[in-house]
Design a protein. Sequence first.
Length: 215
Amino acid sequence: MRNKFDTELENLNLELIKMGSMIEDAIQLSSKSLIEQDLSLVKKVNELELEIDEMEKTIESHCLKLLLQQQPVASDLRIISTALKMITDMERIGDNAEDIAEIARYLVDEKFIKDLVHIPQMAEATISMVTRSIDAFVNKDKELAEAVCAYDDVVDDLFQVVKKELIEKIQENAENGEQAIDLLMIAKYFERIGDHAQNIAEWVIFSITGIHITE
């Protein structure tokens, strides 16, 4: 019975890795759709977000079956409950990536008011946070999860840089205002993705220690 349960937990890990890969792709594609001003990439993000929603349902169902059909001990319960918490944040990351792509849709034919340097950096930073938080869960790596939490400061600092630059662009020319607001919203969505990745890492720490620590 225990061997069967361990196999199911391993399958759960694989599903989480797959969902993590999906949201990494969604973040990457949403950023690329903005930078390359490519409508076809916006459509890909929309399609991927639907797959992410379905994957959330699949994992949720798997977790509930494990709870109902097996006899999990306390440590197992923490793992399963953590997975349920993780997929909620992962699904929201997918939503945020789609939100970014939808704003990018309206910027396809516009000349950018500034070079896009820090927003792509935010995308890469959040992808790293997502990847490492899921790795931390699979490998039960508390130190890696803690590093992810600390790395959210990098994303927050990049957001402040973007905000400052866009405010300066509006001050230079009021006509920059509309696009500046769009770019600021995109940066804000990336900041939220970082927050969700941090949430995931905090739940990973809970799965290992039994203590849920938030900022």
